[in-house]
Design a protein around this ligand. Sequence first.
Ligand SMILES: *Cc1c(COP(=O)(O)O)cnc(C)c1O
Length: 443
Amino acid sequence: MDMAEIEKLKNTFPLLRELIALNEVTWFNPAITDAAEGLRHVGLTAEDVADASARLSRFAPYFEAVFPQTQITKGIIESPLSAIPSMQSALASRYKTDLPGKLMIKLDAYLPVSGSIKARGGIYEVLFHAESLATEAGLLSYSDNYAKLDSKEFRRFFSRYSIAVGSTGNLGLSIGIISATLGFNVSVHMSADARQWKKDKLRAHGVNVVEYQSDYSLAVEKGREEAENNPLCHFIDDENSTNLFLGYAVAGERLKTQFRDAGIVVSRENPLFVYLPCGVGGGPGGVAFGLKLAFGDNVHCIFAEPTHSPCMLLGVHTGLHDAISVQDLGIDNVTAADGLAVGRASGFVGRAMERLIDGYYTLTDQEMFDLLSLLDKTEQIRLEPSALAGMPGMQRILSDTSYLNRMDFTQEKLNNATHLVWATGGGMVPEEEMAKYLDVAGV
Ligand SMILES: *Cc1c(COP(=O)(O)O)cnc(C)c1O
């Protein structure tokens, strides 16, 4: 984008000046539609999600065998749901406002195997690939007990194939661990700034970690090249993969069951608000798709991004999607929120989901660190910075009267509402790293 184009955009969309100034902003999309209409534009269906869910069930006996920590959930990788009333009061004091309704947290940081939301989409994509290879080779059929994949024979079979991914963090951890466990040759291409403990952990699992002196986009390019030059190599494309997206979407039905079991009603009179940290968009987009399928018009999804990396807000607000990056506006994309440091959003997710996402907001890194410490103090829950991005969402919604009026949220509905913060990661952060995060907090 050249300077003249950027100037024109700033005049058409004054909000861009706020983004450039790195101010915290909240924007509710006036162009959202009802769920039925929005879902027709996604290009994927409830059947696709049901198929993904069935695939995960087929793999459950395998998970019980290789990851014994999944035995209590019978081989299903799922996270707990919990009310956080002490944090809710602490937030009301922090933001000096009433916060009616019930604040809850979805603890993807506690997902087994890799401790983040990437244990949904990332693992699912590798399972999909493994199942296709094994069934095509006549070694596996859907009716088999997949525990048989935990054998020398299958590991030898998968070792003929490789998997490549470019990632600085949680996606690399998820893909690396599950791929190596199945027996694949797996390469995780990482940029220079990736954290040492992640490289160490992957190497300990037998993953080939390739390091680059430059940034993330080069690491992704190299991963893609490796796959193009090798027909037996599968490249995992974080920006465009529908399989990743469907792996995330399974969360919708699962949450519906958890709410039912907990006796929490979601209806027109009892709306559900869900706050999702957004990087490239696949994780929050996929989860939101699953939520819309499960709860329809009664769920309202809001994406949260760092002030230094507001790529999805920028893409949807201007309608340019992946044709614009935060760097085009001179925004540096430097944030401590590892999973959210993305300058250009997925064009696939932005376009597929824009009618179904109520709003978008940004928050500063310092706010994430402060909330990280506050959640530790009030609820004894420890997360990584990215996972706190959803925490201010409740206050942002409740303070925007024009959104509340447009959506016909009466005081009574708001009193009956549930607000769910999707806590996307942090389960694998070592003690010493966590201590550093807590040190940065001003509370
Ligand atoms: C990856 C990640 C996200 C965002 O997911 P995207 O698919 O990149 O939008 C949020 N939180 C954490 C902890 C992550 O690792």
